[in-house]
Write a protein that binds this ligand. Structure first.
Ligand code: MOS
Length: 756
């Protein structure tokens, strides 16, 4: 296999200082991307390349009676029409058990059943993309339709609990909610909902499958090369060694690319049939169905407080949509188990299966949707209790995670409240709703708490001193556009005291050491810890080589007196005595200059509750006559442990906030209640914010030292940014207008319909 499929990047312009942890090193992959030289999955070209089009069901339930493929097969350039009637049979009906990182039920043309509108039912492969699309159009599909279940309220009667909610019990209970509720001074009973949403990264899913005999290579847009490898080998009945997955660049993923969907396996099946490489790019409209979604949630709250504004009862009951073929839960109630101090808490999660595509992780799955509901409820109850909503949150601050019964590894939420409020000017807020006007606009201030768990999984890494004195660092992790290329370069440069240009990083390939899924905001903590550890080990190893080597000027020096500074090994108390890495490398073979590690979370991992926290403050302007909502200002303060890169880290947080605003005011997949088809499956009608929708965003990073979180002290920043934002905006809209919108997205018409 050609080794050039893994690109090596360096950042020639960067100086040593930028490369230190916490520095603002610019993206090392930036020049390649700007010059169009970064090859994404769909950019890879191979000799004999063919093009596949995914064909989707146009009914939501039933059976495929027949597919007439004659016209398609006769179309010039069409090489293969693969349907349930001729597709190769897979072991275990194509459903061999996998869990990377969810147990996906895929549609691999193994039977004639249809479970949702948009389900893959055929693949057409042709010499050109145009021919494959035309071939797909020429298919005549006959269905035996059955009435689909698309009515959430009706299906709720048969709702069932999931087996687990992201590793936790689906239900929780502590204290006595009923007793506390009946005695409370202030009570709120309210139902909130968040809509069906679809992931729309700039780069749609894409895969290129190529067989060389029994060896399969996939270039795939994925968050988890090792997971795709596992899925492919299990589903196709291959040995793991027969599959290699390559993914050096990903143009956004947000959870949808965390697991391999049907099209990836179908591309591999098709490539084996046509005996040529097959490229399958998921079209924009196809993003709305077979590759995951954030499911509709309905969240019922009972929240109560005593006369002193102390929470006494919290009940959070979640009903979420799922597909009829796979259970996937949006775990919205998990945050209610710990975020505020309350002795009596009950939470439940229930699944409502419908004839829809399988839901999946979408940026802060659970926390994004759950924090909208919880933070809205907190705001409503604060008003009832006559308390400032920020003061109400302070009074109910939790010093201890009562859900997990663990102390926090670190928590600086009170400082986030203080610094955010100060920068925002929260004290200027008039507590009375609909009381602040500026000309024709009603002005509202809103606040919410942000939170996301700090996770870490085991990861491996390898480091090799190269003859030219650079260090090659290898780790099978990914850069989803988040900055992993840059961050890992920085970790290595920092640990080895080398300029970033002397680090040759390789990521995004199963040929590299194992790394976990790049999801759950844990890549820096997981892969970063592995790179950190392997560089520490390399330093020790090189020192050992020098002191035991008679040809080295450091021969015989006690090991603990050797340091690595600016590309030179030297004696600590006699810096003139030493040698460069190049000179050491010249006397050794490659293999002697290489070290490997597997870095696992330490014993502290189980002893603490680990979360990032933040506070989001927003100002909204609502046109008093027209109901148009604008967000002119957001201030957000976060405590995330160490911020490892001041530039890419800031971008991550800003991106999360932008998505929070999008969730509050824009995004909504509209499903036809009769046919189950997404009516706005395009970026013209599925609204996301544009530059004019995004206000000035001020970020405050509250410094935080967390000794328990891992060697880098980083808690993760990929997802916390989206949390709390929708709640803060809903609260500000209420403050501006006196109207409480409990269903997202908040739109002009929802304001017009709302009761005062
Ligand atoms: Mo994230 S939803 O784990 O990419």
């Amino acid at each position: 296999m050609d080794a050039t499929s893994t690109l090596t990047l360096t950042s020639p312009a960067a100086g040593a200082e930028d490369g230190k942890l916490g520095g603002a090193l610019s993206r090392v992959d930036g020049p390649l991307k700007v010059c169009g030289q970064a090859r994404y999955a769909a950019d890879v070209h191979l000799p004999g390349l063919t093009h596949a089009t995914l064909v989707q069901s146009r009914v939501a339930a039933g059976r495929i009676r027949s597919i007439d493929t004659q016209a398609a097969q006769a179309h010039p350039g069409v090489l293969l029409v693969m349907t349930p009637f001729n597709a190769p049979r897979l072991p275990e009906g194509g459903q061999a058990g996998i869990k990377p990182p969810a147990g996906r039920t895929l549609s691999l043309l193994q039977d004639d059943r249809v479970h949702y509108d948009g389900q893959p039912i055929a693949v057409v492969v042709a010499e050109t993309l145009e021919a494959s699309r035309q071939g797909a159009r020429l298919l005549q599909v006959e269905y035996d339709q059955e009435p689909p279940q698309l009515d959430f309220e009706a299906a709720k009667a048969q709702a069932h609990p999931p087996k687990e909610a992201q590793g936790q019990e689906p239900d929780s209970r502590r204290g006595d909610v009923e007793a506390a509720w009946s005695q409370a001074a202030h009570r709120l009973e309210a139902t909130y909902s968040t809509p069906l949403e679809h992931h729309n990264p700039l780069e749609t899913h894409a895969t290129l499958a190529s067989w060389d005999g029994d060896q399969l290579t996939l270039w795939d847009s994925t968050q988890y090369v090792h997971g795709v490898k596992q899925t492919l080998s299990q589903r196709l009945g291959l040995q793991a060694e027969q599959v290699r997955v390559v993914s050096p660049f990903v143009g956004g993923a947000f959870g949808s690319k965390g697991s391999a969907w049907s099209h990836v396996v179908l591309a591999a099946m098709a490539a084996r049939e046509v005996k040529r490489p097959v490229r399958l790019v998921v079209e924009r409209t196809q993003m709305f169905g077979p590759v995951g979604n954030r499911p509709f949630t309905q969240q019922q709250f009972r929240l109560a407080a005593d006369g002193g504004g102390q929470l006494t009862a919290l009940e959070h009951r979640v009903h979420a949509e799922t597909s009829r073929i796979e259970d996937w839960i949006e775990p919205s109630a998990l945050i209610s188990r710990f975020l505020y101090a309350c002795d009596n808490v009950a939470t439940t999660h229930r699944l409502v299966p419908l004839n829809v595509g399988v839901p999946t992780f979408q940026r802060a799955p659970g926390e994004a949707t759950g924090s909208f509901a919880l933070e809205s409820a907190m705001d409503e109850l604060a008003h009832q209790a006559g308390l400032d909503p920020l003061e109400f949150r302070r009074r109910n601050h939790s010093d201890f995670d009562a859900g997990q019964q663990l102390p926090y590894s670190s928590k600086s939420l009170l400082a986030c409240y203080d610094q955010g409020a100060q920068a925002f000017g929260w004290s200027q807020r008039n507590p009375k709703p609909r009381a602040t006007r500026r000309g024709d606009v009603l002005v509202g201030y809103g606040v919410a708490t942000a939170t996301y768990p700090a996770k870490r999984l085991a990861s491996e890494a390898r480091a090799t001193l190269l003859p030219d004195g650079r260090v090659r660092v290898q780790c099978g992790t990914h850069d989803l556009g988040t900055g992993t290329w840059t961050l890992l370069t920085q970790v290595a440069a920092d640990r080895l005291d080398l300029p970033p240009a002397r680090i040759a990083l390789e990521i995004g390939d199963t040929a590299l050491p194992m790394a976990p899924v790049s999801g759950g905001s844990m890549t820096a903590a997981s892969a970063g810890a592995a790179v950190h550890a392997v560089c520490e080990l390399l330093r020790t190893h090189l020192a050992e080589l020098a002191v035991t080597d008679e040809a080295s000027p450091l021969h015989g020096v006690p090991h603990e007196l050797i340091e690595l500074r600016e590309g030179r090994l030297r004696k600590t108390d006699e810096p003139g005595r030493g040698e460069t890495l190049e000179s050491l490398a010249a006397r050794h073979a490659d293999i002697d200059l290489q070290v490997n590690v597997r870095a696992t979370p330490g014993p502290d991992a189980e002893k603490y509750s680990k979360h990032s926290f933040g506070a989001v403050f927003v100002e909204v302007h609502v046109d008093a006559d027209l109901g148009e909502i604008r967000v002119p200002r957001i201030v957000a303060a976060y405590s995330v442990g160490n911020l490892l890169n001041a530039k890419t880290g800031r971008s991550q947080l800003l991106g999360g906030i932008v998505w929070g605003l999008s969730m509050a005011l824009h995004e909504h997949s509209l499903r036809d209640p009769r046919y189950g088809r997404i009516a706005n499956a395009n970026l013209g009608e599925y609204h996301i914010p544009v530059n004019a929708d995004i206000p000035d965003i001020e970020l405050i990073i509250v410094p935080e030292d967390d000794p328990h979180i891992g060697p880098l002290g980083a808690k993760g920043i990929g997802e916390i940014g989206i949390t709390g934002v929708a709640g803060a905006i809903a609260n500000a809209v209420w403050h501006a207008t006196g109207r409480r919108i409990r269903d997202l997205p908040i739109s002009l018409d929802s304001l017009l319909h709302a009761q005062r």
